[in-house]
Design a protein around this ligand. Structure first.
Ligand code: AMP
Length: 114
């Protein structure tokens, strides 16, 4: 998708503070962090949101979550944990329409979300 912000980050057309990259996914720090640790893990394939992922994307979804978890361990969340968030569409407060997992940690997070 030419006008997708995260596709532009994947292509390097918009700079990002990259944490990880492989053939399937990239991870980079959120530009407006909500916790001391806050990064995003996204598939390179443009999928609008979690509900748009198809049967053919099931392996990719597994990779996305597994890498989110291992990167959380590598960024200081291994002892106290954190939060793994996937916002979806209007009611989920999704602002970028390219599937992404937020990983937040480094402080105690409240529940339920507002
Ligand atoms: P969401 O509201 O779940 O769609 O989350 C989108 C996230 O992308 C927000 O937390 C933004 O702060 C973040 N974001 C927007 N633009 C950039 C950017 N250029 N680099 C890194 N993160 C970004």
């Amino acid at each position: 998708m030419n006008d997708c912000l995260f596709c532009k980050i994947i292509k390097g057309e918009i700079p990002s503070k990259k944490l990880y990259e492989d053939d399937d996914i990239i991870a980079f720090y959120d530009i407006d962090p909500k916790a001391p640790v806050h990064f995003l893990v996204i598939p390179k394939k443009h999928i609008e949101n979690i509900m748009e992922a198809g049967k053919e994307d099931e392996r990719l979804l597994g990779v996305l979550l597994a890498r989110a978890a291992s990167l959380a361990q590598e960024t200081g969340c291994e002892d106290r944990g954190g939060r793994f968030v996937i916002n979806c569409k209007e009611d989920g407060a999704q602002s970028v329409n390219h599937l992404h997992v937020h990983v937040l940690g480094g402080r105690a997070l409240g529940w339920p979300p507002g």
